[in-house]
Design a protein around this ligand. Structure first.
Ligand code: MN3
Length: 265
């Protein structure tokens, strides 16, 4: 999808949303569920984009993850929180000409090159945009209920079993103090590692490729679960779109494989 199409589709989605808001005031769950559904924007497209950054549409309806994540949370999380990261990122980039042509990935992968007064803002807002853009398409209730192919084999090899991986992942997510994320990352050495980041710090900043993530900011679960983060975590593996995650993992591994050179005498 090119940028013009994306802008057009996002514009249509936003127009429809605001049209609904003005009529309904507070959107009802039924209205939330009827928001237009768009196909997922490839993460590579978002990461290679530069200013002005665009909020990718959710690739499913707001209620698609019920009962594990409620429609109202999805509406606020995507249309308010994620939109705010995009808006603030655009404002920050617009205020410094040296940033105007840099891609989202290059901003995050080279934070030290960003002028000091802007660095924390870019770290937070670009990280928020990248993390959420990565996350939405990895969620869903349809399709396989477990990873397949290379990802299934690599999880088993690294963690012993899918269940053991899920336990370790949930434990890492529960250990995040305050706001942050837990990740399953693919390292540049080709290994899988569970890690956590604070705030909106992105795995891209430390040259990792995220494979799976979970947002443990309170805005991700508080409306439904209040302070019970562990209940939110228990439901998480019911809403992982393993088909998408497996396909993206295979692409990431293929991309980073070092081709064998000619053998030397
Ligand atoms: Mn969030």
């Amino acid at each position: 999808m090119n940028r013009r199409t994306l802008l057009k589709q996002t514009g249509a989605a936003v127009s429809a949303l605001f049209a609904g808001s003005s009529i309904l005031g507070k959107l009802t769950p039924r209205a939330l569920a009827q928001a237009p559904v768009q196909p997922p924007v490839p993460l590579a497209t978002t990461l290679s984009s530069s200013s002005p950054f665009v909020l990718p549409p959710l690739p499913y309806s707001y209620d698609a993850l019920e009962p594990f994540i409620d429609a109202e949370t999805m509406h606020l999380h995507h249309d308010k929180h994620h939109a705010s990261y995009v808006e603030k990122l655009n404002a920050a980039v617009a205020s410094d000409a040296s940033l105007s042509h840099r891609s989202l990935k290059s901003l995050l992968a080279d934070l030290s090159s960003i002028p000091e007064p802007m660095r924390t803002t870019i770290r937070n807002q670009a990280g928020g945009h990248a993390n959420h853009s990565f996350w939405w398409p990895t969620l869903g209730k349809s399709g396989s209920r477990a990873p397949e192919g290379d990802l299934a084999a690599d999880i088993k090899s690294k963690f012993g079993s899918l269940g053991a991986f899920q336990d370790q992942f949930a434990k890492a997510a529960s250990s995040v103090f305050g706001s942050g994320w837990a990740w399953l990352n693919l390292d540049s050495d080709g290994g899988l590692h569970i890690e956590t980041t604070a705030n909106q710090d992105s795995p891209l900043t430390t040259f990792k490729t995220p494979v799976l993530g979970i947002d443990v900011w309170e805005h991700a679960y508080y409306l439904k679960y209040q302070n019970r983060r562990s209940d939110y975590l228990k439901g998480f593996f019911n809403i992982v779109n393993w088909d998408y995650v497996t396909a993206e993992y295979t692409k990431a591994k293929d991309c980073c494989k070092v081709p064998k050179g000619p053998s030397i005498g």
